[in-house]
Design a protein around this ligand. Structure first.
Ligand code: NDP
Length: 286
C-alpha cells in the first residue's frame, strides 16, 4: 500500500497522486509476454500506484490494449494517460485518434491526454480539439510531451497551460534543470520523467550507483542501481516518474524504490558523477 512517506505530487487541478507511475512502451509487442505485462501493471495498481502512461504510437494501439486488459474491472483505480501523435493533432483527426485509443483501452475517458511531441498543426486547432474532447467528457485534462522552454512559452502566449509536460529526465539527462523545470514549476505545470532508469542500459552499471545502492535497503533487501536512479528522479517535488516494468519482479523493485531516501552525501556524489547543467541545453528526446 502507498504510505504517506512515499513521494506524491499534487497537480494544478488539485488531484494528488503517487509520484511513481508506470510506463508501457513496447508492452504488447510480444504476445508471449502479455500475461506478465498485464500482471506487472496490476501489481502496481495493487500497491497503490495510479498513473499509467501509454500512447497510440506504442505498437499501434497494442500497448493500450494491454493496459485495457490490466484495468478491466478496476478502471477507477488508475490515472490513465495516453498520447496523440503530432500528425493526428488536427481537430478532426484528434477526435478520431482519441476514440480509437479509448476503444483499445476499453474505457470511455482518459484522465489526461498528451500531445506526444510538437506538431506542425497550429496550436489553436490542437487546443480546440483538446477542449472539445474535455467538454464531451472523453478526457479530463490535457498536456504535452517533449516541449522545451520556447515551446511552453509559445503555448503560454495562447493562454494555454498544460497540466503536465512529459520529458526525458534521468541522471544521464539533466539539461532541463537549467530552465525548463523551474519554468514549469513556476507555472504550476507538473513534469513527468520518461526513461527515468535509462531504459535499463549503461546507467544501471555505473559504479557510483552501485556504491550508493550498497548503502541502502528496502523491504525487498539491498537496493539496486535502478532503484537509486528512480529515487533520484523522485527526489524532486514537482516530478512524476514513469518507469516501464514489463516484469512483475521489476515492478516490485520499482514500488520498493519509493522507500529510499537519498542522503545529502548520495546527492553530492551523484552530482559529481552526473553534473547538473551550467548552460541552457536543448531538450533531449528519445
Ligand atoms: P525506462 O527508463 O523506464 O526503462 C525500461 C527498461 O528498464 C526495461 O527494459 C525494463 O525491463 C527495465 N527495468 C524496469 N524496472 C527495472 C528495475 N527495477 N531494475 C532493472 N531494470 C528495470 O525506459 P522507457 O523507455 O520504457 O521509458 C519509460 C516510459 O516513458 C515508457 O514506457 C513510456 O510510457 C514513456 N516514454 C515516453 C516518451 C515520450 O516521448 N513521451 C519516450 C519514451 C518513453 P522490463 O520491461 O523487462 O521489466
Amino acid at each position: 500500500m502507498t504510505t504517506t512517506s512515499h513521494p506524491i505530487v499534487t497537480l494544478r487541478n488539485g488531484i494528488t497522486l503517487p509520484a511513481l507511475g508506470m510506463g508501457t512502451w513496447r508492452m504488447g509487442d510480444d504476445p508471449a509476454q502479455r500475461a506478465h505485462e498485464v500482471r506487472s501493471l496490476q501489481i502496481g495498481l495493487d500497491a497503490g500506484l495510479k498513473i499509467i502512461d501509454t500512447a497510440e504510437m506504442y505498437g499501434h494501439g497494442r500497448s493500450e490494449s494491454v493496459v485495457g486488459e490490466a484495468l478491466r474491472g478496476r478502471r477507477d483505480q488508475a490515472f490513465l494517460i495516453s498520447k496523440v501523435l503530432p500528425q493526428h493533432a488536427s481537430y478532426n483527426d484528434m477526435l478520431k485518434a482519441c476514440e480509437r485509443s479509448l476503444k483499445h483501452l476499453g474505457t470511455d475517458y482518459l484522465d489526461l491526454y498528451l500531445l506526444h511531441w510538437r506538431s506542425t498543426i497550429p496550436f489553436n486547432e490542437t487546443l480546440y480539439a483538446f477542449e472539445t474532447l474535455r467538454e464531451r467528457g472523453l478526457i479530463r485534462d490535457w498536456g504535452v510531451s517533449n516541449f522545451d522552454t520556447n515551446d511552453m512559452n509559445e503555448l503560454a502566449d495562447f493562454g494555454a497551460y498544460p497540466l503536465v509536460n512529459q520529458i526525458l529526465y534521468s541522471l544521464e539527462y539533466r539539461g532541463t534543470e537549467y530552465d525548463l523545470l523551474p519554468r514549469d514549476e513556476d507555472a504550476h505545470i507538473t513534469n513527468m520523467a520518461y526513461c527515468p532508469i535509462g531504459q535499463g542500459g549503461d546507467l544501471l552499471h555505473h559504479p557510483i550507483l552501485r556504491a550508493i545502492a550498497h548503502e541502502h535497503k528496502t523491504s525487498l533487501g539491498h537496493a539496486t542501481p535502478a532503484q537509486i536512479a528512480l529515487a533520484w528522479v523522485l527526489r524532486r517535488s514537482n516530478m512524476i516518474a514513469i518507469p516501464k516494468a514489463a516484469t512483475p519482479h521489476h515492478q516490485a523493485l520499482n514500488i520498493a524504490a519509493q522507500e529510499i531516501q537519498l542522503t545529502q552525501g548520495d546527492l553530492n556524489a551523484l552530482d559529481d558523477a552526473f553534473p547538473p547543467p551550467s548552460v541552457k541545453e536543448a531538450l533531449a528526446v528519445i
